[in-house]
Design a protein around this ligand. Structure first.
Ligand SMILES: Cc1cc2nc3c(=O)[nH]c(=O)nc-3n(C[C@H](O)[C@H](O)[C@H](O)COP(=O)(O)O)c2cc1C
Length: 380
């Protein structure tokens, strides 16, 4: 900025308007997107380092923090070595300390519950993987999460294994509530188990969980219903949905807006409080022309929508909200670049580019800490 221009500090005011999702009141429209950081103890407990990491975003002004994907059971849900869990009381109590730290710094916190399904690449409880059908996932395991080579071919889930997965989500949600979280977000996106069931070509089942889109949605619906029954009506519950997958970034729903209408209309009837959409660039048309995915979610589900995808330019985030296409935005890389992104926007301060070295070669917090120290660039 040169000396003759004055920053318009009101330009982004809409980002700072309070907002309620379910029973949860947020001080602004700015959320930290879920980011797996494989920094838990070997038995899946959140650590003090994680508490410091998360509370930095709360100190930096984010109204809502959505955790990294948390595994839900000690069967097939865990995706990565050192991923945190919510599958027992020890893990619950470890998260309680993180939540307390975030609350003390004025943030709200939602636990993202995730079952990795066929994309599991590090699970101490099982040596094989499960999915809707025995189809090897595309792509390669993620090396920055200590993976190597192709994914395993999963075994098609049996009925009692599906029930076990559903019960795992419900039990983990209860643990989240007991840990003091303000809500849970069910991970229905990015190619993990629930998205595997939703996806044709991956779900080849011909039972009640496979076939047309209504049947492919069944597992998501049953998980949502089980979680809602377990946590009661007052606990905030959201669902993340995407087209892209971590192992297939450019995947698009085959029947474009027809599929979007079916999927999001089905969500309208579910006991959820919000939808969290993610795309590479949230403001772009979802299918080449027509509305973006967040706008479609808002239109067909009629629920509050958190939009995600390259929204770290505050003008993009503001535009999406002012135009009514989303109610709030979540930032991944933007939050890693600046844990105080909200404060910076509010003060008209400058921004740095995201430095991918933070996540390289391993995307854990120890590595991030070292990388920042070497460059004298603290998280906050
Ligand atoms: C290191 C890293 C870890 C991620 N882990 C998760 C995760 O656990 N759950 C999830 O839903 N998305 C995860 N994502 C995706 C982000 O939530 C987000 O969708 C993505 O970074 C795009 O948003 P951005 O453009 O603001 O970075 C992860 C992204 C990054 C960079």
């Amino acid at each position: 900025m040169n000396a003759t221009t004055t920053p318009d500090t009101h330009q982004h005011d809409c980002l700072f308007q309070p907002f309620s999702i379910g029973r949860m009141t947020l001080k602004n429209r700015l959320a930290v997107a879920p980011m797996t950081r494989i920094s838990a103890s070997d038995n899946g407990c959140a650590t003090e380092q994680m508490a410091r990491y998360y509370s930095a975003f709360a100190k930096g002004g984010f109204g809502l923090l959505i955790t990294e994907g948390i595994y839900t059971d000690k069967a097939y849900s865990q995706g990565y070595w050192n991923q945190p869990g919510l599958s027992d009381h020890q893990q619950r109590d470890a998260w309680a300390k993180v939540v307390e730290a975030v609350h003390q710094d004025g943030g709200r916190m939602v636990a993202q519950l995730m079952h990795a399904g066929a994309l599991s690449q590090g699970n101490p409880y099982r040596s094989d993987t499960l999915g809707p059908s025995a189809v090897r996932p595309k792509g390669q395991q993620m090396t920055f999460y200590r993976g190597k080579g192709e994914y395993s071919i999963p075994r098609a889930m049996l009925d009692d294994e599906i029930t076990e997965a559903i019960n795992g989500f419900a039990a983990a949600a209860v643990c989240a509530k007991q840990a003091g979280f303000d809500g849970v977000e069910i991970h229905g996106a990015n190619g993990y188990l629930l998205d595997q069931f939703l996806s044709e070509g991956i779900n080849l089942r011909n039972d009640r969980y496979g076939g047309d889109i209504e049947r492919r949605l069944r597992l998501i619906i049953e998980v949502v219903q089980a979680v809602r029954t377990a946590v009661g009506s007052e606990f905030t519950l959201g669902l993340r949905i995407s087209q892209g997958k971590v192992n297939d970034f450019t995947h698009k729903w085959r029947n474009a807006e027809t599929d979007a209408a079916l999927i999001f209309s089905a969500l309208a009837n579910l006991p959820i409080d919000y939808v969290h959409t993610t795309e590479f660039e949230a403001w772009q048309s979802a299918f080449g022309n027509g509305p973006c995915l967040a706008a479609l979610a808002r239109q067909y589900a009629g629920l509050p929508v958190i939009a995600n995808g390259s929204l770290h330019d505050p003008t993009r985030a503001t535009d999406l909200i002012v135009s009514g296409q989303a109610d709030a935005v979540s930032l991944g890389r933007g939050a890693l670049a600046h844990a105080d992104w909200p404060t910076r926007v509010h003060n008209g301060a400058s921004f740095d580019e995201f430095d991918p070295g933070i996540l390289s070669p391993i995307a854990n917090l120890a590595n991030e800490h070292r990388h920042r120290k070497e460059r004298a660039r603290p998280l906050l």
